[in-house]
Write a protein that binds this ligand. Structure first.
Ligand code: CP
Length: 302
């Protein structure tokens, strides 16, 4: 395949190939010389219409460690502010002999639309509330590092599922790898389709933590909420927030994950986020190797 638009389009073999390739790249970037020449003469534009810290820097580092030429575009400060369309913007970037586009956009389906209009490879770095495929891949990679094969493993996704692209991509990825999934959150923050896609649903964080091997905790996405949702942040943290004591009191060890950015004191207390249960910064570290694997494999299709 020429693009990475979503996990939904990938086979289990595709996912396993990406994760195996990422393992090799992780070894490479832990050597004193982190750089390989694989993408020499390939030019990549990181085109971000929405804010990002981890994804954007991680793609840029992955590209540089593969020896690609890199340009970065942010909608803020660009001619998008003068009314230039998405397609015109991207076509102008491509006119400068760019081979691949990594794009984040607030509209679900924006990279899918572009893939029908342009020749360059596209990697979806998050499209609205739809998918964030490289996040799901780095999450599965990080879980595999801790737990081995994910078949039969119990993975909980806890938080604001309604507004989360990370949740949907994780569900597709984990299902293809054979894991069991429980979605946990208040009813008002679960999408309508959730009962139709083969996941368990819980409204009890305590029961969910007791059940799972991994708790992947998501933030409340205030920026996507059109109206004031119930629960409020205070209510959310009271009924769904996770602290270190809750993790310490379980009769087993579980792995705590979060894609970032964390709303400290809302979905996670600081003592939980910074505890030995957490692999949050391992996720960020693994993001570079996983994105190197994605870019390397797609570059074979240029
Ligand atoms: N996890 C994630 O997508 O973080 P950023 O929004 O900072 O890229």
């Amino acid at each position: 395949t020429k693009h990475l638009l979503g996990i939904k389009d990938l086979s289990t073999n595709d996912i396993q190939l990406i994760l195996e390739t990422a393992k090799e790249f992780k070894e490479v970037i832990n050597r004193p010389i982190k750089k390989v020449p694989s993408l020499r003469d390939v030019t990549i534009a990181n085109v971000f219409f929405e804010n990002s810290t981890r994804t954007r820097l991680s793609f840029e580092l992955a590209e540089k460690r593969l020896s690609a030429d890199v340009v970065n575009f942010s909608a803020s400060g660009s001619s998008v502010k003068k009314g230039e369309t998405l397609l015109d913007t991207v076509n102008n970037i491509l006119a400068m002999k760019v081979d691949m586009i990594v794009m984040r956009h607030a509209s679900p389906g924006a990279p899918h639309y572009l893939s029908k209009k342009i020749k360059a490879n596209i990697v979806n770095a998050g499209d609205g509330t739809h998918e964030h495929p490289t996040q799901a891949l780095l999450d599965s990679f990080s879980m595999q590092e801790k737990l081995g094969d994910l078949a039969g493993k119990k993975i909980a996704i806890i938080g604001d599922i309604l507004h989360s692209r990370v949740a949907l991509s994780n569900i597709f990825c984990l299902q293809k790898l054979g894991a069991e999934i429980t979605i946990c959150g208040p009813n008002t923050l679960l999408p309508k389709y959730i009962s139709e896609i083969g996941v368990k649903i819980s409204h009890s964080v305590k029961d969910t933590l007791q059940w799972c091997d991994v708790a992947n905790v998501l933030r409340i996405q205030l920026e996507r909420q059109q109206i004031k949702y119930f629960p409020s942040l205070r209510e959310y943290s009271l009924y769904f927030g996770i602290n270190k004591q809750m993790l310490d009191e379980l009769d087993k060890e579980i792995v705590l994950m979060h894609p970032g950015p964390i709303n400290r004191g809302v979905e996670l207390s600081s003592d939980a986020a910074d505890s030995h249960h957490s692999i949050i910064l391992d996720q960020v570290e693994n993001g570079v190797a996983v994105r190197m694997a994605v870019l390397y494999l797609l570059s074979q299709q240029i």
